[in-house]
Design a protein around this ligand. Structure first.
Ligand code: GAL
Length: 421
């Protein structure tokens, strides 16, 4: 090698040596525990984000602590024990809205993240409505990683063709095709364990009560005992008669209900669009071919939203590492790594839609043009004291099939939770 080449080679090594440490930003080291319910086949999006974090902070050891169970039914219980026991995880998944604000924010267990939003220039990077959902008592309490849609109906296009039917525009249309599907020996609507029944219910309630009716349940302007709410419960009962609720639902995960549709045992399923993540990322199906979608019956033009977020608990072991995690998941790059795999769209306004599949592009268009309402089953609209008791209302309904009994029970828990007070 000539002298000149040797000098160049040394210079190149020197550049690498001086650049590499800046890559391991801020010299972070130690550990970071990330707590969520994105386990097993719900894991790829989170794992991709953790891989990015590992690349940025190679000296931090990340513990991906998951508690299996769709919609966080089990994770929330474990989190409660840990928070009350003074052992908070460094970062935990929580739905934007009342699920965090009505619990750990009012208990003064979270740090206000307004400073982070200001430092990172995020104040105008997220829609105001989303920031409002994350805010209370003059603070902003978590960083949203995504927007999911609750009111989606899934099916396999070829199956509908085979049966000669279309995705129903209303629940009455669904009830009209239900016998045809049952006669073909199939389940018209797949449901799974308890929370998925609450999930279905919120789409039915939105359809039957309309946007104003749905919203006014949460302001307390509308009584749960109103005639149209009772009628909605009765319609919900008829819809459940077209499902596997009394067969095997309780033993199934939400993914298994999706599988029933994909395998051709069932025709429709109403689930949040994490189902699109499961079908596209985990099962490798092509949107529009392997699976089709429509707004849940009677809810076209309305986007029932929820958002997964992470906050900064007080008194954690690894605050700097946790802050670095929050910065990554609130960044454009972080959101565009996570969401195309997750089946959600970015919370940020500036994501690169070319990275997203056909389903997600259609969800992004609807998010812009539709009327947006919040989800009950995923923590957006009601105080935790209401949403955690709603399972009891559902049990009463499933046991009695009485719309009036369910209406009275819901009114009682709404009163207890102080809705409208
Ligand atoms: C929701 C959550 C989604 C997805 C789903 C199924 O509550 O917001 O991200 O994880 O549960 O587990």
């Amino acid at each position: 090698m000539s002298k000149r080449l040797v000098t160049l080679a040394i210079a190149a090594v020197l550049v690498l040596v001086t650049v590499a440490p800046t890559f391991a930003q801020d010299g972070l080291s130690g550990e970071l525990e990330i707590f969520s319910w994105w386990a097993g086949d719900e894991g790829p999006a989170l794992e991709a984000l953790i891989a990015k974090y590992n690349e940025m902070y190679p000296d931090v050891t990340v513990e991906n602590a998951t508690v299996t169970g769709g919609s966080g039914v089990n994770a929330r219980a474990v989190l409660k024990t840990r928070m009350l026991g003074g052992d908070p995880p460094d970062a935990f998944q929580v739905h934007a809205g009342q699920e965090l604000i009505g619990t750990w924010v009012v208990a003064e267990r979270m740090e206000d993240l307004t400073f982070l939003y200001e430092e990172e220039g995020w104040m105008d990077k997220f829609p105001q409505g989303l920031l409002d959902l994350l805010s209370a008592d003059g603070g902003i309490w978590s960083v949203p990683v995504n927007i999911h849609r609750s009111n989606v109906m899934w099916y396999v296009p070829a199956k509908l063709e085979e049966l000669g039917i279309e995705a129903p525009a209303t629940w009455d249309d669904f009830l009209a095709v239900c016998p045809t599907i049952q006669e073909a020996g199939l389940v018209p609507l797949a449901v799974a364990e308890n929370w998925t029944v609450n999930h279905l219910w919120e789409s039915v309630a939105l359809a039957e009560l309309g946007v104003d009716g749905w919203n006014s349940l949460w302001t307390g302007e509308k009584a749960w005992t109103d005639d149209d709410v009772v009628a909605m419960w009765d319609k919900f009962g008829q819809i459940l008669d077209c499902s596997n609720i009394d067969v095997d639902a309780a033993t199934l995960s939400w993914q298994q209900a999706t599988d029933m549709v994909i395998n051709g045992d069932a025709v429709f399923n109403v689930m949040g669009d994490w189902a699109a993540g499961y079908m596209a990322t985990t099962l490798g199906l092509e949107p529009g071919v392997g699976f089709g979608w429509a707004a849940a019956p009677g809810t076209a033009g309305v986007f029932m939203m929820l958002s997964d977020s992470f906050g900064l608990p007080k008194d954690i072991k690894n605050r700097d590492n946790s802050l670095a995690w929050l910065k990554l998941l609130g960044s454009q790059e972080g959101q565009d790594i996570f969401n195309p795999l997750k089946g959600s769209i970015a919370g940020r306004l500036d994501s690169d839609l070319s990275l997203y599949n056909a389903y997600l592009q259609s969800a992004a268009a609807d998010w812009q043009s539709n009327v947006v309402v919040g989800s009950l089953a995923h923590g957006a609209v009601a105080p935790e004291s209401f949403s955690s008791e709603f399972g009891t209302v559902m049990e009463i309904f499933l046991g009695s099939r009485s719309g009036i009994a369910a209406a009275n029970a819901s009114q009682a828990i709404a009163n207890q939770a102080g809705i409208g007070k």
